[in-house]
Design a protein around this ligand. Structure first.
Ligand code: CUA
Length: 315
């Protein structure tokens, strides 16, 4: 009886062992096939940096598209809670692109729809990968690593244009930039490109996730010390639980020090005066780029700004 039981167990053990052996073998075969036939490759870490150095980094101080030669481009992209910088990458069809990718805060994903590009954005590391865009159209970028409360809203896109459209696009953008600068709407452009993914283009924020700026920003500005606090917030971020109109918010505003002094001043002036906010301000004078420049280079943190916010008597 005992001998018999032992044999039965040994028989099943052999079966399970060969089954798991076969499984491991098939995994290795799948990986080999994807490497050999599907063009799968592993993104390389080219160098290391730290998120606080990105604003002066050769690649990431001015993220976006750089032409390297005919049909060759370099794209420096950053991921952060909860958007990609730049949010939209425009390139001509046939573009051979060297991508450099990093994260400004936590681990994010960079998955490019309908391509084999699926790379992790890792804080402190710069990943390099190549891709050639043979077909015109829009390719969605999505974050496929859970990174926080608004992870599912973290998207961007690559737009591939015909060569003629791309040339026209470049001309249009130059003209637009000029018009915006002349009409004084530069702040709206900066706001929509950087701030609207959380606070929304309406300034109303997202319920329970991102606080509204409508009505709220003037009350911060009007508080004693509020004007300076807003500059600190855009330069160094803010993190902690706050209350606006009785509703609680507990998310992270990243630092925006990678934007220029002109852009930050323009975005603040825009958000403070848009959506009827201007009527709620007392003694408003526009921010100047010099005012932003004067507050750079400190070792402030998002947590310091939370304390500062509380000391202003704001909830
Ligand atoms: Cu970033 Cu999920």
């Amino acid at each position: 009886m005992e001998h018999n039981q032992h044999e039965v167990i040994a028989k099943w053990e052999r079966r399970w062992l060969s089954a798991s052996g076969l499984m491991s073998l098939s995994f290795v075969i799948f990986i080999a096939i994807s490497l050999a036939l599907e063009g799968t490759h592993i993104a390389q870490t080219t160098s290391r940096t730290t998120p606080d150095k990105l604003s002066s980094h050769a690649l990431f101080a001015n993220p976006g598209v750089t032409a390297l030669g005919p049909g060759k481009f370099q794209v420096a992209a950053m991921a952060q809670m909860f958007n990609f910088i730049p949010a939209e990458i425009r390139l001509p069809v046939g573009a051979e692109v060297d991508f450099y990718l990093t994260s400004r805060d936590v681990l994010h994903g960079f998955q490019l729809e309908n391509t084999n590009v699926n790379v992790e954005a890792i804080p402190g590391e710069i990943s390099h990968f190549k891709y050639t865009f043979d077909k015109p159209g829009e390719y969605r970028i999505s974050c496929n690593e859970y990174c926080g409360i608004s992870h599912q809203n973290m998207v961007g896109k690559v737009v591939i244009l015909s060569s003629a459209e791309f040339a026209q696009d470049a001309a249009n953008r130059q003209a637009d930039a000029l018009t915006l600068a002349q009409s004084g709407n530069a702040g709206e452009a900066v706001f929509n490109a950087n701030c609207a993914s959380c606070h929304q283009a309406t300034g109303l924020g997202l319920a329970a996730v991102f606080p509204p700026l409508v009505g709220h920003l003037p009350s911060v500005y009007n508080a004693d010390g509020g004007r300076d606090y807003l500059v600190d917030t855009v330069l160094y971020g803010m993190q902690g639980q706050i209350k606006v109109d009785g509703a609680s918010y507990n998310s992270v505003m990243p630092a925006w020090a990678q934007l220029s002094d002109d852009d930050l001043a323009a975005a603040l002036n825009y958000a403070l005066t848009a959506w009827g906010n201007d009527a709620l301000l007392s003694n408003f004078t526009e921010y100047s780029p010099e005012e932003i420049a004067a507050k750079r280079g400190q070792s402030r943190t998002a947590a310091d700004n939370y304390e500062l916010r509380q000391s202003l008597g704001l909830e």
